[in-house]
Every structure is written in structure tokens, then in C-alpha cells.
Design a protein around this ligand. Structure first.
Ligand code: PAF
Length: 286
């Protein structure tokens, strides 16, 4: 059975021991409710390092007041099985008080860059400040050489890379490709909120992104036309409501006018399907 450390002292002791054996330390930060996408993160992390820590912590500071913090699924037993099967060496599962001993007003937070004013950041004020803060804390507690994050949370990955660069953190951030269900739906812990009808409707995210990729493949260069394709495809699904559907520079997330060959671009979506908000993205060709 995989060891589960709940205290900072315990995780540090075990990591120090692994380091003393010359092992490269990998970290996969998660909020639990793990699925095969997380399994892939852990597997890749294990391929790249010698000792993999998976943190499981539902981070209150990244949820808005009207978001799903209290009902976010907590499935530690199943998570531990998936971690073990995927090659993890240790789970770090702290209580909220271990990570945030002080009341909010007394805490330090990471200031986040301009790119958090866009897209997810615009829709979820404070979200990335909470993400960056907890990830910095996890880095400082575990002390990994490498950390793996999914590209489904594309903007999150950019924010974490920027934080690691700006704070000169001595670790490497690696992005891992989104894992999809056979019908294209990106794996997400929130998919379990969907009922059968919503689950079917949720395929509209990947369908619209594929339609955008195909349009660019056929030569479309107007970002607005690509946005219209995304929007129209999503609107064709009665249970889906667009929060944003944008085409942006892959590095800065600034909205684009034209897609230029050689300069990376990405289509990003947030869509409400019934009561559940889902995000997805695809890199555009060129
Ligand atoms: O992507 C997530 O699950 C979370 O945002 C993260 C990175 C674990 C921080 O709480």
C-alpha cells in the first residue's frame, strides 16, 4: 500500500531520504478525484524521475465564493489505488490547516502576472492567485526537481511556468498532453458531475475545437472566423452555454486577429454544460 504523508515534516523526511539515495524527485500536484489523465501525468513523471510524489489537496484559495469547493469530489481510497498503479511513490495529503495555518487576511499570496487577467482569470477572479500560491507552497514543501501539469489547464500551465521563472525556482515544469475519452471529451474531475444527457452534450467542446483546427488546416487565417466556428458549434448544443471561446497567442494568451504561420496559437474554451463548467483547448496548426 502506497504511503500517505499528511504532515509537512513527514513528506520532507521521505523526500530527503529519496534524495539521499540519489533519486530525482518528481511532483504531480492534484486536487484528487483522479482519472486516467492524472494517471498519465504520474506515469510520465515516473518516466522522468526516480521518486514521484502526488499531492492531493483540494485548495480552498482557488475557488470563488460561488464555486464548488465544498462539493468537490474527495475520493482518497480510489485515488491511492490509481496513484499506486501509475507508479507514484508517495501521496502528500495535508489538511487545510497544515497548508494554511493562518486566516486569509494574515496570509502571503503570490502576485500573478498579466496573463491571469484573461480567459479563466477574467471569469474566475482570484483563481490563479490561489493556484500559484498553493503550487509555490507545494514546491517549497516537497522540493521537486520536476513537476508535471496537464495542458488541459493551458493557462494554469503558463502561469506556473512564469512563476517558476520569475522566482528562479530550481525545478523544471513539464506539460503533459490532454487525455481524452474515446468520443473526444477531455478527462476532468468535473466530468463526474455530468448526467447522461449532459455527458453527451459535453462532447461539443472537443467537436468545436476540432472544427476550428480543421478550418485552420483548410487555410482559414482570420481568428474571428475561427471564433465564430467555435461559438456556432457550441451554440448548436442546447445544453451548452459559452463562457468564452477564444483564439489567442500560445505564449501570451493575448487575443489574435490573424493566424500567422510559425507563431503559435491556441483555441481555448470554457463552456457551461448544465450546472457544470468545463474547459478545453487545442493548439491550432501552423
Ligand atoms: O490543476 C489542479 O488540479 C490544481 O489547480 C492544482 C495545480 C493541483 C493546484 O491546486
Amino acid at each position: 500500500m502506497l504511503p500517505i504523508a499528511s504532515s509537512i515534516a513527514d513528506v520532507r523526511r521521505r523526500v530527503t531520504e529519496a534524495k539521499s539515495q540519489g533519486k530525482v524527485i518528481g511532483l504531480v500536484p492534484t486536487m484528487g478525484a483522479l482519472h486516467l489523465g492524472h494517471g498519465e501525468l504520474i506515469r510520465q513523471c515516473k518516466r522522468d524521475s526516480g521518486f514521484v510524489v502526488v499531492s492531493i489537496f483540494v485548495n480552498p484559495t482557488q475557488f470563488g465564493p460561488k464555486e464548488d469547493f465544498s462539493r468537490y469530489p474527495r475520493t482518497l481510497e480510489a485515488d491511492a489505488l490509481l496513484c499506486e498503479a501509475s507508479g507514484a511513490d508517495l501521496i502528500f495529503h495535508p489538511e487545510v490547516e497544515a497548508i494554511y495555518p493562518d486566516e486569509r487576511e494574515a496570509m502571503c499570496f503570490v502576485g500573478v502576472p498579466k496573463l491571469t487577467t484573461l480567459l479563466e482569470g477574467a471569469s474566475r477572479p482570484g483563481h490563479f492567485q490561489g493556484v500559484a500560491t498553493v503550487v509555490l507552497k507545494l514546491f517549497s514543501i516537497v522540493g521537486p526537481d520536476l513537476a508535471h501539469f496537464g495542458t488541459k489547464d493551458y493557462q494554469q500551465l503558463l502561469v506556473i511556468r512564469k512563476m517558476a521563472t520569475d522566482f528562479n525556482l530550481p525545478l523544471e515544469i513539464r506539460g503533459v498532453q490532454t487525455v481524452r475519452e474515446p468520443d473526444g471529451l477531455a478527462m476532468s474531475s468535473r466530468n463526474r458531475y455530468l448526467n447522461a444527457e449532459e455527458r453527451q452534450a459535453a462532447t461539443v467542446l472537443s467537436r468545436s475545437l476540432r472544427a476550428a483546427v480543421q478550418a485552420v488546416d483548410r487555410g482559414e487565417r482570420s481568428a474571428d472566423r475561427v471564433r465564430q466556428i467555435l461559438q456556432a458549434t457550441i451554440e448548436s448544443e442546447p445544453l451548452a452555454q459559452v463562457d468564452y471561446a477564444d483564439v489567442a497567442d500560445a505564449a501570451t494568451l493575448e487575443p489574435l486577429d490573424q493566424l500567422r504561420p510559425g507563431s503559435g496559437s491556441v483555441a481555448l474554451l470554457a463552456v457551461q454544460v448544465g450546472p457544470t463548467r468545463l474547459i478545453d483547448n487545442m493548439t491550432l496548426p501552423g
